[in-house]
Ligand binder design. Sequence first.
Ligand code: SPV
Ligand code: MG
Length: 309
Amino acid sequence: MADESVEAPGRNRDKRENMDYRSKCAALKALVLDRELTFVMEAHNALSAKIAEECGFPAIWASGLSISASMGLADRNHASWTQVLDVSEFMADHVNVPILIDGDTGFGNYQNVIRLTRKLGQKGIAGLCLEDKVFPKLNSFLGESQALTPAEDFCSKLRAAKDAQLDGNFVVVARTEALVSGLGMNEALERAHKYLEAGADAILIHSKNSTSDEVVEFARLWESRCPLVVVPTKYYRTPASVFRSARISCVIWANQNLRSAISAMRRTSERIMRTESIMEVEDEIASLEEVFRLTGEMQAQEADRRYAT
Ligand code: SPV
Ligand code: MG
C-alpha cells in the first residue's frame, strides 16, 4: 500500500495550487481592507511583475494600458480579453504576490464578466477591477466627456463578478469614471453607493486632474463606507501623506514600469546606434546573470540535476 505520508512529486499539485490561489486572494483582500495605505505597482509582463515584487510591492496592477502598449496596441480593447489574460497568467505564475487585473469594462456585458471572472480564478488572478465606461473603452486620459454605462448595467456586471468568483476573498474593485467624464462629484458618489450596494469590495475613484483635490474631497464625502483606491498618474506630485490622511486604502502606480522601460530601451538603442558598439552600455544594463536569475534558470538547472537521464 502506498505510504500516504510521503508526498510523491506531482501529488496534491492541484490542492497546492488551489491553496496558493486562496492565499493570494486572502492577501489581496487583506491589503484592500487594511487601514494602512498600500502601494500597488504596475506590471505588463512576468518580468516587470517579478521586479515589482522583488522591490517590495505587496500586489501588482496588471495594467490594461501597459499590457496593450507592450503589444504595440492602443488602449482601446484592441488586445482581446484572452490575450490580456494570457499575459496576466504569466505574471501570476511568476510572482507570489497577488495580481489585481485591469478588466476595463469587462469586455462586454455581465455574460462576458461571468466568463472573465471564472477564467481569472482558474489562472490565479486574485482581483478584478471593472470600470463604468462603454465597450470598447478608451484610455481615461484621452478625449473629453467619455460616455459612461448606465449605473444599473454596471451593477449587473459587479453582481455577476461577485457571484462568479471562484474564491470567497476574490476582490472586485468598481471604478467610476464620473469625475474623469466631467459628470461631477454627486454623480461619482451616487454611482459609488450603487456599486457598493451591488457587492463591490472597493471603489476606485479615478481623476485626471493635476492635483488630488477632487479625490480627497470624494474620500471625505465617502466617509470610509468601503475601501478607496486611487491612481495618481496625473496628480503625481501628491505626497503619500495626503492619501494617508484621506484614508485611501490603495494607491496604484499604474504605468511607471512601462514608461521607464520605454525610456531605458530608447537610451540604450540610441547609444548603440550612435557608437556602433555595445561597449558603452554594457556596464549600465542588466547582466546576463541577472536575466538568468530573474527567469528561473537556476531552478531549471536543479531540475536537470534531479531528473535528466
Ligand atoms: C491602466 O493602467 O490601464 C489604467 C489606469 O486603467 S489609467 O491608464 O491611469 O487610466
Ligand atoms: Mg486601464
